[in-house]
Design a protein around this ligand. Structure first.
Ligand code: FE2
Ligand code: FE2
Length: 305
């Protein structure tokens, strides 16, 4: 079999639900696509802790501080697991961190925005993690088996994050008018980025990540699922969703909503969001300050090898 026949049979196998392991032969375009996908996911877990980290010292009670600290620790752990999956595809971890800091690779739009009150901590853990888990649950069926297995573990932890977020929101909603207003204000600011988060609809016939079953559901399908599950839950708490166009269309069997601002999404994920550069700079400073640890551990391991 020549390489193109081998690639054809590989793509036919993954399209039919076949699984790929790290040491299996795979065509270069598949390797590049899965690496790009997992690397962006790992970057997002790593950068995603920064908005929440800002609130650890300002948590209102010790119990909340403990819960938020362990969520942040979980997310860093997710980054660690995902960088391992990506490393096995051939890109060294140091290179991935360098590319992230140089703005050559991306992280999810929602982590480029500021947090303005404690209510943001609740909305992020409840709804940002909910939007993420809708896509992460679908990734448990990924054709790349090491990624699918890792997502099973991550999804367990994400479901606890959602309960923590809902509990923060519920407590505020049962508090004073001012506390309820803080939650509504947070929802008003986060709704736009949440609706952009899964990305614009793609043509399933041309979306390689779908054709190769790197992911099993398209962007629009994920957004529709998020809306079906969470719109009733948001309204149940007495919150108002800031989109006058939002309604379920029974005839079409889908949610109708105002077109998300795709220009904003493109600008934000390419490093022009309100906190993009500040958060990357925080990571740069932190990386420089901890360089001696890597030199001591990795340097010694390399010398011993
Ligand atoms: Fe996570
Ligand atoms: Fe999470």
């Amino acid at each position: 079999m020549d390489d193109s026949e081998r690639a054809d049979s590989f793509y036919a196998r993954v399209a039919a639900g076949g699984k790929v392991e790290a040491d299996d032969w795979m065509p270069d375009p598949y390797r590049a696509a899965i690496l790009k996908f997992v690397e962006m996911h790992a970057n997002s877990e790593l950068m995603g802790v920064l908005p929440e980290r800002e609130w650890i010292l300002r948590a209102p009670t010790l119990r909340r501080k403990l819960a938020l600290t362990s969520k942040v620790q979980d997310e860093v752990g997710h980054a660690q697991l995902l960088y391992r999956v990506a490393e096995d595809l051939g890109k060294p971890r140091e290179q991935m961190l360098q590319d992230l800091l140089d703005g050559k690779t991306k992280f999810h739009n929602v982590f480029h925005y500021p947090t303005e009150s404690w209510a943001d901590v609740g909305i992020i853990a409840w709804l940002v993690d909910a939007a993420a888990i809708v896509s992460q649950q679908a990734l448990r069926d990924s054709s790349y088996a090491p990624y699918a297995r890792t997502m099973k573990k991550i999804c367990w932890e994400e479901s606890v994050h959602i309960m923590h977020g809902r509990d923060v929101v519920l407590t505020l909603m049962n508090g004073t008018d001012r506390q309820r207003a803080l939650v509504q204000n947070a929802l008003d600011r986060w709704w736009g980025p949440l609706m952009q988060m899964h990305g614009p609809p793609t043509d399933p016939a041309r979306d390689k990540d779908l054709l190769w079953r790197i992911k099993s559901k398209g962007n629009e399908q994920l957004r529709q699922e998020f809306l079906s599950i969470y719109v009733p839950r948001i309204r149940e708490l007495g919150l108002r969703i800031p989109d006058p166009e939002l309604r379920y269309d029974d005839g079409a069997g889908r949610w109708h909503y105002s077109e998300p601002d795709w220009d904003e999404l493109r600008s934000v994920v390419t490093g022009h969001g309100p906190r993009s550069q500040e958060r990357l700079e925080f990571r740069r400073v932190n990386r420089a300050l901890t360089q001696w640890v890597r030199d001591a551990i990795i340097g010694r391991a390399a010398a011993a090898a």
